[in-house]
Design a protein around this ligand. Structure first.
Ligand SMILES: [Zn+2]
Length: 383
């Protein structure tokens, strides 16, 4: 039997700061050059303000602001109100300008372009096709347009990508969405997700969609434990068969933590996630903005990382959350003292958890990520 004392000393008290890299500094430039992986990013939450303005003009849509800076601030302020429902409001605007094949192509293309320029070597992007059929496109046409954008950008900027198709929690058509995702599996659709307002819309109500994915041997991730408690994570795992958890922030409710901030005991769900190496798609900025976590210091990421959960960082929405993968890395460096070795570990964790086939994941880990970090270390030692 595990004794609490040993448990504490051996696993939970590892010092982040022990592993300072040669220079002890991680500048924005160094972090920008590091190979990164983002597995949790919404296309409709990652548009460039300039693109929104141009698309709105073309479609005759009136925006709250028509200059880039004000529009950008509008989205950031709108997101940072301590509530998931308020955070989600901005998506009404971004989805309104994404109702044609051209606009969907452009949005998908530019997200890959922005990610590649930020050093993201593999992007797993997601969106809900059902939110883009207001002007008469079929959901198939919507997915086609997005895949074309991703394919073109992937080739042009030499970056890998995968597409996750989201169903919405508040709707009743998740089975249709699951079928759509599976239909596009040979074109780059790698997974199925359930997104949207969590409280009041339990994942288990979409059981048919999940069963369909399971029977098709398809990958599943579920937004859970963001706005709602640990029960939401349990449902995602044990009812829906989730292979990964989107956010998982409230898993902390299944941990006993001392006032000094040390984890002394974990419950059954937290143990299951740890023991089964269930990947946790953590989005720091977004969690602070929606109030899923009170502050960076109180965010459970540091416990997840310290206890060696299969955890990694993601942007969620680069527009709404005013961030990038480099931005998330720099926040983790600033708030938790992460080193280059830690960031490499998070990146490898993410790539191991990607919904690409095993051999492709390995290829990216051993031929792109590890050599990339090695090169940066070498350059730092030489300078
Ligand atoms: Zn999300």
């Amino acid at each position: 039997m595990f004794k609490t004392k040993n448990f504490n000393e051996s696993i939970y008290h590892k010092d982040f700061k022990k592993d300072i890299h040669p220079r002890g500094i991680l500048s924005a430039e160094i972090v920008g050059a590091m190979p990164k992986v983002d597995l949790h990013q919404h296309i409709d939450g990652s548009l460039r303000p300039k693109t929104i303005i141009e698309l709105a003009e073309k479609d005759g849509i009136v925006l709250p602001y028509d200059d880039e800076e004000s529009l950008k601030l509008f989205f950031h302020r709108g997101a940072h109100r301590g509530s998931l429902s308020l955070y989600l409001e901005g998506f009404g605007i971004t989805t309104s300008v994404l109702q044609t094949p051209e606009s969907l192509f452009r949005a998908a293309f530019e997200v890959i372009e922005d990610n590649c320029r930020d050093g993201v070597v593999y992007s797993e992007l997601r969106f809900a096709p059902v939110l883009h059929i207001e002007k008469g496109l079929s959901q198939e046409e919507v997915v086609e347009a997005v895949i074309e954008g991703l394919e073109n950008a992937g080739k042009k900027f030499n970056c890998s990508w995968g597409l996750i198709i989201c169903a919405m929690r508040h709707r009743k058509d998740s089975l249709e969405t699951a079928q759509l995702a599976v239909k596009f599996r040979d074109r780059g659709a790698v997974g199925f997700d359930l997104a949207g307002e969590e409280a009041g819309y339990p994942a288990k109500e979409h059981i048919e969609a999940f069963n369909y994915c399971k029977k098709a041997n398809f990958n599943i991730t579920v937004h859970a434990g963001e706005a709602f408690g640990v029960d939401s994570i349990w449902q995602a795992l044990q009812y829906c068969g989730a292979h990964r958890i989107g956010h998982g922030t409230k898993l902390v409710e299944d941990m006993s933590i001392t006032p000094e901030g040390n984890v002394i005991k974990i419950g059954k769900v937290a143990s299951y996630v740890l023991d089964h190496r269930i990947p946790l798609e953590v989005c720091l900025s977004s969690n602070i903005q929606t109030g899923a976590a009170e502050s960076y210091e109180k965010h459970p990421f540091r416990h997840f990382h310290d206890m060696e959960y299969r955890v990694f960082l993601n942007t969620d929405n680069t527009l709404m959350s005013d961030t990038s993968m480099s931005g998330e890395f720099l926040k983790a460096v600033g708030h938790y003292g992460l080193t280059m070795k830690d960031l490499e570990k998070l990146t490898v964790n993410a790539m191991k958890s990607a919904f690409l086939p095993y051999r492709q994941r390995n290829y990216i880990i051993y031929n792109v990520i590890k050599p990339g970090y090695k090169e940066i270390r070498k350059a730092l030692l030489e300078n």
